[in-house]
Design a protein around this ligand. Structure first.
Ligand SMILES: C[S@@+](CC[C@H](N)C(=O)[O-])C[C@H]1O[C@@H](n2cnc3c(N)ncnc32)[C@H](O)[C@@H]1O
Length: 224
């Protein structure tokens, strides 16, 4: 089973999916370029497009994002939200990244559609008002289980939870080969996926593109 990573980290597939997206506008292109130059880990364009599509299909009104960075995924989300009158609240603990993100939100004409919150999501989440119908998680992989417990009370019945990096370069797949320094992160992601997929309150699937995306729907209570 050694070498499994080659099967599960599909750079070529990702590049191909990107060619199917058509041209991104100059703002998204610029953000992609900056992220590449400064090694800021942002979602791939195919994942950005997926988020936009999900928000639009779901006609999401109240969107929560954990992990803004410079706002690349936020712009994809907010553009979807704007079409159906929705709003994005996005959290990041990195002051510099968040203020750069705000600059991009302004340039994108999205200031009215986005509320950026600065701080540790684990501290901010308990203060938010429940009722989000779409939540996107893309922050510290080692903290995903913490986020899950804090997000659960915030997601409305029928709401969607999307989590990035759940396959982490394919290393989350059992018997794959990775450096010992990633042991904790990989273990945390395996526990996260186990817990999420066995949680009867959610219906979950994992999509093997980008860095692995989990998509869950919180079940609605059966009518009494
Ligand atoms: C992978 S980047 C987000 C990329 C962004 N979603 C995109 O695709 O454009 C992860 C971000 O999560 C932030 N982060 C990590 N742990 C956090 C925490 N506990 N609370 C808030 N932000 C956190 C980091 O500062 C970083 O900017």
């Amino acid at each position: 089973m050694k070498g499994l990573i080659i099967l599960f980290y599909p750079f070529e597939m990702e590049r191909y999916l990107e060619t199917l997206l058509g041209e991104r506008d100059s703002l998204l292109r610029e953000m992609e370029e900056i992220a590449l130059q400064e090694t800021i880990p942002v979602v791939t364009p195919a994942v950005g497009n997926f988020l936009n599509l999900m928000v639009t299909i779901n006609r999401s009104q109240s969107i929560l994002e954990i992990g803004t960075a410079i706002g690349y995924s936020t712009v994809w989300l907010a553009r979807g939200a704007k079409k159906c009158g929705g709003h994005v609240t996005t959290i990041d603990m990195n002051r510099d990244r968040l203020s750069r993100a705000e600059g991009y939100f302004e340039r994108a004409g999205l200031l009215q559609s986005i509320t950026p919150l600065k701080g540790d999501a684990r501290k901010i989440l308990p203060s938010l008002t429940p009722g989000y119908d779409f939540v996107f998680v893309d922050a510290a992989k080692g903290e995903y289980l913490d986020y899950l417990n804090l997000i659960d009370p915030l997601i409305a019945p029928g709401g969607i939870l999307v989590v990035d990096n759940v396959l982490f370069r394919g290393w989350v797949v059992p018997e794959s080969n990775f450096a010992p320094k990633y042991e904790r992160m990989v273990g945390g992601l395996r526990r996260f996926l186990q817990e999420l997929s066995q949680n009867p309150e959610y219906v979950t699937t994992v999509l093997p593109f980008g860095d692995g995306i989990s998509v869950s729907r919180k079940v609605e209570a059966a009518p009494a």
